[in-house]
Design a protein around this ligand. Structure first.
Ligand SMILES: Nc1ncnc2c1ncn2[C@@H]1O[C@H](COP(=O)(O)OP(=O)(O)O)[C@@H](O)[C@H]1O
Ligand SMILES: [Mg+2]
Length: 384
């Protein structure tokens, strides 16, 4: 009887943990917009989001490299400013985003402000702009640095007057939306280069929210959590859904060493690709392809351009780690593959502190010891 109860208990616990993603989120707010993270940097960002959202700050500026989660942060502000959205979805306040880099100056202007009929060739009917459409919700102006300079002047007027006119219109229309501007460029530099209006910059830069890049020291610890989260929530391969349950430590180590110029977006793509490639229940180093455009070059052997680090010791450590991974840690086979004796292999494994999945990487001390700077490991030696 006791056994049966225990079995039921274990089953309900696993099915709960299999579905639940709550442990990926630092707090309720992060959970409500699916913002994964446990690092100090993310906690600070969440703190700032709450402070700014709780104030009457408008406009709000969000800065950070591409893919760091600026749009997620904007959604978090929106959620906090409109808590009734959850209670009464019918009265939802709108969240509208527009990418300032994606449209020509004229199109962007009429997209934002709308136009009256006949205001320009092709304006055969009146159009409502996003400023009006957003009502008292949120309007995200993504990549604000790319907004044409004339339009920047018009935007500044809206931010000051809280009213605007449609293109070709004479009526002042009130703008009650929270305006959030986001930028992956350093706006101060843009001002200095005369590409961005200084007055608009100062109007926006009241209390900026910053998203740290994934490679930064304060955010690196999110990589492991994000990788696991993407593995759990990916829908790229329905037939593998739930079958690949984890990542090997070597795979995580490789992810932790990469620079992530595309930040969280790039990491998410690498995990999706790994899910496609992996044939076992654990994502291993062999399924981690950081830059697939280099596959063909790689399969033809290491080209000089791919080598980022000429340290022999690092290359040796990686080759050994690969050989062990490839042979499923069968040391005799790995040694044969490397052309060394078993004894040498044992010595090298010890010397370089290469560990299987027993290694507890959550300990920062151990992480430091295992740290090997980014190198050719991020490019696989052989195509799948
Ligand atoms: N902390 C995070 N947790 C989970 N997913 C994230 C996180 N940050 C970014 N993402 C995901 O990465 C992608 C890029 O994020 P996004 O907010 O569009 O970045 P940005 O606007 O800075 O370019 C999106 O799919 C987003 O859901
Ligand atoms: Mg974006």
């Amino acid at each position: 009887m006791e056994q049966i109860i225990n079995r039921i208990k274990i089953k309900s616990e696993t099915s709960h943990s299999e579905k639940s993603t709550s442990h990926f989120f630092a707090e309720d707010l992060a959970g409500s917009v699916s913002m994964v993270g446990c690092s100090k940097a993310i906690l600070n960002t969440l703190k700032m989001i709450k402070l700014v959202a709780g104030s009457r700050c408008n406009p709000i500026l969000i800065v950070g490299e591409t893919g760091t989660g600026k749009e997620l942060a904007a959604k978090a502000i929106h959620v906090l400013r409109h808590p009734t959205n959850k209670v009464s979805p019918r009265e939802n306040q709108r969240f509208v985003a527009v990418n300032c880099a994606a449209l020509t100056a004229n199109l962007l202007e009429s997209e934002l402000f709308g136009h009256v009929k006949g205001s320009f060739t092709g304006a055969d009917r009146e159009k409502t702009g996003l400023m009006e459409f957003a009502q008292s919700g949120t309007l995200l102006l993504d990549e604000i640095s790319e907004m044409p300079i004339d339009l920047q002047a018009k935007l500044l007027r809206v931010l000051q007057e809280k009213t605007f006119r449609k293109v070709g219109g004479i009526k002042n229309i009130p703008c009650g939306a929270t305006i959030i501007a986001s930028s992956n460029r350093n706006l101060k530099n843009e001002v200095q280069a005369n590409r961005f209006r200084g007055d608009l910059y100062y109007r926006l830069n009241i209390s900026p929210i910053t998203l740290a890049p994934l490679r930064s020291r304060e955010r690196r610890q999110d990589i492991r959590l994000l990788a696991k989260y993407f593995l759990k929530t990916s829908t790229i391969c329905p037939e593998k859904c739930g079958k690949i349950t984890s990542l090997t430590e070597l795979a995580i180590e490789a992810l932790e060493r990469h620079d992530w110029p595309g930040n969280v977006r790039e990491l998410s793509n690498v995990i999706e690709r790994a899910i496609l490639l992996e044939t076992t229940d654990k994502i291993g180093l062999n399924a981690i392809y950081i830059d697939p455009t280099e596959w063909s070059e790689v399969s033809e052997g290491l080209t000089p351009g791919l080598i980022k680090d000429f340290s022999l010791a690092k290359a040796e450590r990686e080759l050994i780690a690969r050989a062990l991974q490839k042979t499923g840690w069968q040391k005799t086979r790995a040694a044969a593959l490397l052309g060394i004796t078993r004894a040498t292999l044992y010595a090298k494994v010890k010397q370089y502190n290469i560990e299987k999945d027993s290694y507890i990487a959550n300990s920062p001390v151990q992480q430091e010891q295992n740290e090997v700077p980014a190198s050719s490991l991020s490019q696989p030696v052989a195509a799948p």
